[in-house]
Ligand binder design. Structure first.
Ligand code: TXA
Ligand code: MG
Length: 327
C-alpha cells in the first residue's frame, strides 16, 4: 500500500526519501505544479519503475528535476537565453528542453533516446530532496498513464492503491497545472505545452517571440497527444446548459443548471489562478460522482485560461481506450 508521510521539511522525511531513492525506489514528490513520481535519473532500473508503475509508453520522455542552474548545466547545454529564462523563472513551473550534454550520465530511458533533455527546478520540499540527493530526479506526474494529474497526496495514493510507494505530502499544489514547456531549438523558442508561465512572459524575458509547435503532424512533446488528461466521464466544453443528470463544472458567476446532478465551480470570482489550482481535483471529484458526462462552462481563452482550456480539450478528446494512452 502507498505510505503517506508529511513533507514538513524535516530531516526525518528527507532521510526516508533519500533512502528510497538511493535504493532505486520511487518516491512521490510534491511540486508547485502537480505531484511527481520520482526516481534517480541516472539509474535505468529506477527510471524503468516509473514507466512500469505508471503503465506509460516508454517513448514518452521524462522531465529531469534539478535543484538549480548549476546542476542543470551538467545535463543540458544552456545558451544565453536559456540561462536568462532559468534565472528568471526557477525555481518555478518552467521546463526547458535543451540540447543534451553527451555522456552526462542521464539514463536514455529518461530522454527516450532523444538528443535533448527537459529540465526544470521545482519549488518547495522536492527541491530540498534533490539537493540532498545530489542528482536529478526524473519525474512525470504521479498518476497512472492517461489519468488526471494529482494535486494532492491523497490523489496519488488513490491512483496507486496496492502499490508500495512513499508519498511526501505537502498539501495541495499551489499551481495545479503542469509546467510550461519551452524548447530552445537553435535560435527558435517553441512552446510545447502551455502552462502557468505564459508565452508572453517568456518572450518578454527572452527578448524574442515564442513560436507554437509546427503542425506538420510530428509530435514534439509526446505528452501533447490529444487525449491525455482523461477522466472516465465524457467531457464537454463551452456549455451553457447541460442534459439531465450530467455533472456541471462552472466558472464565474453563472449558476449551476437546475437539472445538473452535481456541480462545482472552478472560481466564482472568475480568477484563473484559482481555477487552475482547482481544475484536476474538481474533475476527479465530478468523475467520482459517477456522472457519465461533465459539462464545463466557458473559460476565457486568455492568460492562464489558455492552459486550462488546453488541458480540458485533452480531457474532452475522443479516446480509443481508457488505459492505452500516455500520461
Ligand atoms: O509540472 C510538471 O511538469 C510535472 C511535475 C511533476 O514536474 N511533470 C510533468 O511531467 O508534467 P509529464 O511527464 O507528465 O510531462 C512531461 C512532458 C511530456 O509531454 C514529455 O513528452 C515532454 O515533457 N518532454 C520531456 N522531455 C522532452 C524532450 N526532450 N523533448 C520533448 N518533450 C519532452
Ligand atoms: Mg502527466
Amino acid at each position: 500500500m502507498p505510505e503517506i508521510i508529511i513533507a514538513n521539511h524535516s530531516t526525518d522525511a528527507l532521510n526516508r526519501a533519500i533512502g528510497k531513492l538511493r535504493a532505486g525506489e520511487l518516491v512521490a514528490i510534491p511540486t508547485e505544479t502537480v505531484y511527481g513520481l520520482a526516481a534517480d535519473a541516472t539509474s535505468g532500473e529506477a527510471v524503468a519503475k516509473i514507466f512500469a508503475t505508471k503503465q506509460r509508453p516508454s517513448f514518452n520522455p521524462l522531465i529531469c528535476h534539478v535543484d538549480g542552474v548549476v546542476m542543470a548545466q551538467q545535463y543540458g547545454k544552456f545558451d544565453m537565453i536559456a540561462e536568462r529564462l532559468a534565472n528568471t523563472f526557477w525555481p518555478g513551473p518552467l521546463t526547458l528542453i535543451l540540447p543534451l550534454v553527451p555522456e552526462s550520465g542521464i539514463h536514455d530511458l529518461v530522454t527516450a533516446g532523444l538528443d535533448s533533455i527537459g529540465l526544470r527546478c521545482p519549488r518547495g520540499f522536492s527541491r530540498q530532496v534533490i539537493s540532498a540527493f545530489g542528482r536529478p530526479l526524473a519525474a512525470p506526474s504521479a498518476n497512472r498513464s492517461g489519468r488526471i494529474s494529482p494535486t494532492t497526496a491523497q490523489h496519488v495514493a488513490a491512483d496507486f492503491a496496492g502499490t508500495d510507494l512513499l508519498i511526501l505530502d505537502a498539501g495541495a499544489c499551489e499551481a495545479g497545472l503542469e509546467s510550461t514547456i519551452v524548447k530552445i531549438d537553435g535560435n527558435r523558442l517553441i512552446l510545447l505545452r502551455p502552462g502557468v508561465i505564459t508565452a508572453e512572459e517568456i518572450a518578454d524575458v527572452a527578448g524574442k517571440p515564442v513560436d507554437l509547435p509546427d503542425t506538420d503532424g510530428k509530435v514534439l512533446a509526446p505528452g501533447m497527444m490529444k487525449s491525455h488528461y482523461a477522466p472516465d466521464a465524457q467531457v464537454m466544453l463551452d456549455c451553457e446548459t447541460c442534459p439531465d443528470g450530467a455533472a456541471w463544472l462552472g466558472f464565474g458567476n453563472r449558476a449551476k443548471p437546475a437539472n445538473a446532478a452535481e456541480g462545482l465551480n472552478l472560481s466564482e470570482t472568475s480568477n484563473l489562478v484559482e481555477a487552475a489550482a482547482n481544475l484536476y481535483a474538481y474533475l476527479k471529484q465530478l468523475d467520482e460522482s459517477g456522472a457519465d458526462l461533465i459539462c464545463v462552462s466557458p473559460i476565457p481563452r486568455e492568460e492562464l485560461g489558455i492552459a486550462i482550456n488546453d488541458r480540458l480539450q485533452r480531457a474532452a478528446a475522443p479516446r480509443p481506450s481508457k488505459s492505452g494512452e500516455p500520461g
